[in-house]
Design a protein around this ligand. Structure first.
Ligand SMILES: *Cc1c(COP(=O)(O)O)cnc(C)c1O
Length: 419
């Protein structure tokens, strides 16, 4: 992986590509929605399928020459069915947002109602934020986590649903560390006559591996991303019962997209194939064990975790108690300086702003892909705390940051990436 062919005609682009490769190798990627795919997935994604227009679906395309596109898409679909046990899977959505869009286009008319978790409680833009098409096309109301426990307040959700009478209830979150009780939300959806969309974007891989309960067979629609906890490259998927298969397919194409990104569909096929290997269950279990080890150690250092811990691949730290003078944004910057890449994140009942929130979110999928285990996650937790403790007057002591950076370098060297 040296980008020599790009370099020979375009040194500027080659510098950026090589820079990114070296950045990934030499930093700890702890953004909870990111991962490192295998070299096999990278190869599939950079294949000649990027040249192919394959509007339509296997066996029913609008253009000639789709025989291999059909083969790769069929592989992706069959493997996805085996991984998640869904009746019908559409593997063409360019992203998780577009997977959600396909569901909304299938079941909602403009002006219809969505009930979803508030963004600052862990929801997602594509669940109804005013800056997203969902907030502009639909009427949106929010539910929350219980501020005391940090868990979804299922009773309040139920009450809210009875008042608001939504057409769809959206579950599945971006910054929620706990197991989601799909059945409880389904009961509410049934009681108010709403559809239930379970958006498992963050936990697609955890669900595939059986380390988080599956909403497939519970919720009406399940959407996922293929680049977060499953290492299949950037993209989205939609799953549903046979009953909605044709409508969903039409809502993806031509409803919301043109030609599929067939090179990414190829990445999905290869990544799903890897996830069908029994070793993937071990990977997913290690992702969760690593998040627990990280969370436990941060707690030992006196940090406060939203919900008190984690059942998933991520921890959400509320800095207000342990480090009231350090914002999530400042923490993100100082940790980045030290080579630990994560994000400042809002926490329930945010008292700062989305642009400079009170928390940090850290995930373990990427580090686990590099072979990190619990003891190293404890070391990483220690490094994070060293940087947070080094803050004075809004700035982290550069000497501490640089010393932590040296330890990050050593961890990266011990866990080489894309050699
Ligand atoms: C990440 C995420 C998505 C998908 O995001 P894209 O960037 O559009 O792929 C959808 N829903 C939730 C809850 C997410 O966290």
């Amino acid at each position: 992986m040296n980008y020599d062919r790009v370099r020979s005609i375009d040194p500027d682009a080659a510098d950026a590509l090589a820079g990114e490769l070296s950045r990934q190798r030499s930093t700890l990627s702890m953004i909870a929605s990111e991962n490192h795919v295998s070299e096999a997935v990278l190869e599939a994604q950079s294949s000649v399928l990027t040249n192919k227009y394959a509007e339509g679906y296997p066996g029913a395309r609008y253009y000639a020459g789709c025989e291999y596109a059909d083969e790769i898409e069929t592989l992706a679909i069959e493997r996805a069915k085996a991984l998640w046990g869904a009746d019908h899977v559409n593997v063409q959505p360019h992203s998780g947002t577009q997977a959600n869009q396909a569901v909304y286009f299938t079941i909602l008319e403009p002006g219809d109602k969505i009930l979803s978790l508030d963004l600052d409680h862990g929801g997602h833009l594509s669940h109804g934020h005013t800056a997203n098409f969902t907030g502009q096309l639909y009427e949106v109301a929010g539910y929350q986590v219980d501020p005391e426990t940090g868990y979804i307040d299922y009773e309040a959700l139920d009450e809210r649903a009875r008042e608001f009478e939504p057409d769809v209830i959206v579950s599945g979150y971006s910054a929620y560390p706990r197991t989601v009780e799909w059945e409880r939300i389904q009961e509410t959806a049934d009681a108010v006559g709403a559809y239930h969309l379970a958006d498992i974007a963050h936990i697609t891989g955890l669900v595939a591996a059986g380390v988080h309960p599956s909403p497939v067979g519970v919720a009406d629609f399940v959407t996922g991303s293929t680049h977060k906890t499953i290492r299949a490259g950037r993209g989205g998927i939609v799953m549903c019962d046979e009953e909605f298969a044709d409508d969903i397919d039409r809502s993806v194409f031509p409803g919301g997209q043109g030609g599929p990104l067939m090179h990414n569909v190829a990445g999905k096929a290869v990544g799903f194939g890897e996830a069908l290997d029994p070793a993937f269950e071990g990977y997913a279990a290690q992702v969760v064990a690593n998040a627990r080890a990280l969370g436990d150690r941060l707690t030992e250092h006196g940090l406060s975790l939203v919900s008190g811990g984690t059942d998933t691949h991520l921890v959400l730290v509320d800095l207000r108690e342990s480090h009231p003078d350090v914002s999530g944004g400042d923490a993100e910057d100082a940790l980045h300086e030290a080579g630990i890449v994560l994000n400042g994140n809002t926490v329930p009942d945010e008292t700062r702003s989305p642009f400079d929130p009170s928390g940090i979110r850290a995930g373990t999928p990427g580090l686990t892909a590099r072979g990190f285990e619990e003891s190293e996650m404890e070391t990483v937790a220690d490094l994070i705390v060293r940087v947070l403790d080094a803050f004075e007057d809004g700035e982290a002591d550069p000497e501490v940051v640089s010393a932590v950076g040296d330890e990050v370098d050593a961890l990266c060297t011990d866990h080489p990436l894309y050699e």
